[in-house]
Design a protein around this ligand. Structure first.
Ligand code: IMP
Length: 182
């Protein structure tokens, strides 16, 4: 690993948990009338955030996962997104809460949300821990946003660099690497 030492703390564990408390309250209120809520996490980055968030909800819900990859190579179109693991549950007629770690260019979320609409979801609301709004290349509607971050590479609380750092209890910045995402 080309990193010396631990990532610099950007968002502490305490701030993360306070914000998750607030988001859970908002979500609980907004979905009070929804009978059949399907919560979909995008693997793997959303897992820590999703676990903390959903444990704060007292309403019945179903949990499912989706995994996608963005390819930015020379042989693929910009923003091309491929599905690596599909959902177990049908989306037809369901209210969906889509949970993601970070929105950067927006291509991944735009593609997944469009696909969910195409498959007949009744509604799709997006809950994102981190919003790198300054990097957006395509618009994405975010219904629940944890924090906005600048154009820095963040790890921890589910976010990774080469699949490492996910278990850090805070969100930190990797300053010392020339980072290339998948
Ligand atoms: P988008 O399609 O460009 O919005 O890409 C979103 C995906 O890029 C996220 O789900 C992450 O996997 C990854 N990503 C973007 N920025 C970061 C970062 O700062 N740290 C870790 N992963 C990132």
């Amino acid at each position: 690993m080309p990193v010396n030492g631990m990532p610099r703390e950007l968002i502490s564990r305490e701030r993360l948990h306070r914000r998750v408390d607030e988001l859970a309250l908002e979500i609980e209120r907004d979905f009070a009338d929804s009978e059949d809520l399907l919560c979909v996490g995008v693997l793997k980055g959303s897992v820590f955030f999703m676990s903390d968030l959903l444990q704060r909800l007292s309403r019945p819900l179903v949990v499912d996962f989706f995994q996608a990859s963005s390819y930015r190579g020379e042989t693929t179109a910009p923003g091309e997104v491929r599905i690596r693991r599909d959902l177990d549950h049908s989306l037809a007629g369901r209210d969906v809460l889509l949970i993601e770690d970070i929105v950067d260019t927006g291509y991944t979320m735009r593609t997944i949300m469009a696909l969910m609409g195409f498959r007949g979801a009744r509604s799709v609301r997006l809950c994102v821990l981190l919003d790198k709004a300054c990097k957006r290349e395509t618009p994405v509607q975010i219904h629940y946003r944890g924090f906005e971050v600048d154009d820095v590479f963040v790890v921890g609380y589910g976010l990774d660099y080469n699949d490492r750092y996910r278990n850090l209890p805070y969100v930190g910045v990797l300053d010392e690497v020339d980072v290339e995402t998948e």
